[in-house]
Write a protein that binds this ligand. Structure first.
Ligand code: MLT
Length: 368
């Protein structure tokens, strides 16, 4: 059974709920004077980032450090990658140095999946090409749960550059699993072919969707991935698909506004909206640390059974959350679910098609 987190599709409802409940427990330590747990002491986590990132890399780093893991930050720039070293060789080198887990961001869809076949440690997908970003979807779901409670039947609008967005794909998959009703909204040019087969609705008309949404998630227009023109110009895009103050007024009073960041202020979202009381964008960033702590804890060695299987090296210098005073007695429901053996079908499961994912990632030819 998998010990990786590669896709939101790998998470059953029980898995996702366990991660979100664990994150809620871990979020409490952010309020303590000492924000550190000994849980992953002696473990090494490598952040392997082939694409630029600010919040995701620092969020994973903060999460690992709060669990007392040793963290190695690897960025492709300035490494042997620029001399042509393959992902496989880089990964094997890092593993030889004792990495227990690798958090990978890569511009090619499928790279984390490939990596998971090469190394013994856990692999966490921190964003691969236009494919997936499962921890972003988890932190988004965590943020929504905090504001809305159960996500069952909640209406979520995901708006903008769906075509190039790994955030949209992971969110659609996870939110479906958690019972939400998702509609993606974009111009036809920014919706992927086959959108009608996604487990969500779709619309070209933002103004028609806004009045019914509990959550409006704006996506960045990903110019760096656009190889041709997908809309006439920025002003026209904003006019039809930007969330400005007038559009915000069309939303029900309790509706929250989200954005995974980085934002193009003035394009997909007006500054007044991003900074408004409806916006939970800064909260998303804070929640990201707790959610990533939960993922690392569950995959790498919380004494509670890992998501979908025995933790890597279970029992080796690893404390349970209860042992370190998180959730001990305070949340019997969590304690019970975290410590109970998981039924076999609640594991991280590979439900997405390996072929689709693997297709885009082509390992460069190794030069002898
Ligand atoms: C991502 O890495 O996909 C970001 O969180 C969203 C974006 O780049 O627009």
């Amino acid at each position: 059974m998998s010990r990786h987190l590669l896709s939101a599709a790998d998470l059953s409802r029980d898995d996702a709920t366990l991660i979100l409940d664990t994150a809620a427990e871990l979020a409490r330590i952010a309020d303590r004077p000492i924000k550190k747990l000994p849980t992953l002491r002696g473990r090494t986590i490598v952040n392997l980032f082939y694409e630029d990132s600010t919040r995701t890399r620092t969020s994973f780093e903060a999460a690992a450090k709060r669990l007392s893991a040793d963290v190695i930050n690897f960025s492709a720039k300035g490494s042997s990658v620029s001399k042509g070293e393959s992902l496989k060789d880089t990964a094997l080198t890092l593993e030889a140095m004792g990495a227990d887990g690798v958090v990978i961001r890569h511009e090619a869809s499928g790279a984390p999946h490939r990596l998971s076949g090469w190394i013994k440690g856990s692999v966490v997908n921190a964003g691969d090409g236009t494919h997936e970003h499962p921890t972003q979807a988890l932190l988004d779901a965590f943020t929504m749960r905090r504001h809305l409670g159960s996500l069952d039947g909640r209406r979520v609008a995901i708006v903008g550059d769906v075509l190039h967005s790994r955030v949209a794909r992971s969110n659609v998959l996870l939110l479906k699993t958690l019972g939400a009703d998702v509609t993606v909204v974009a111009p036809p040019t920014l919706l992927p072919v086959g959108i009608e087969n996604w487990p969500c609705g779709f619309s070209y008309d933002l103004d028609a969707v806004l009045p019914k949404a509990d959550v409006v998630m704006m996506l960045r227009v990903q110019r760096e991935r656009m190889k041709s023109s997908f809309f006439p110009n920025a002003r026209e895009y904003s006019r039809r698909y930007g969330l400005d103050v007038a559009r915000m007024a069309m939303m029900p009073e309790q509706t929250i506004v989200m954005h995974p960041g980085p934002m193009n202020r003035g394009m997909e979202i007006a500054a007044e909206v991003a900074d408004s009381e409806r916006s939970v964008i800064v909260e998303q960033v804070a929640n990201g640390v707790s959610v990533r702590m939960a993922v690392l804890y569950l995959l790498l060695g919380g004494s509670a059974s890992a998501i979908g299987g025995p933790p890597v090296g279970a029992g080796v210098g690893v404390d349970s959350l209860a042992d370190v005073g998180v959730g001990a007695g305070a949340e019997p429901a969590f304690a019970a679910s975290a410590n109970a053996p998981h039924p076999p079908d609640t594991g991280l499961r590979r439900r997405h098609t390996d072929a689709v994912v693997a297709a885009e990632f082509v390992e460069p030819q190794e030069v002898s």
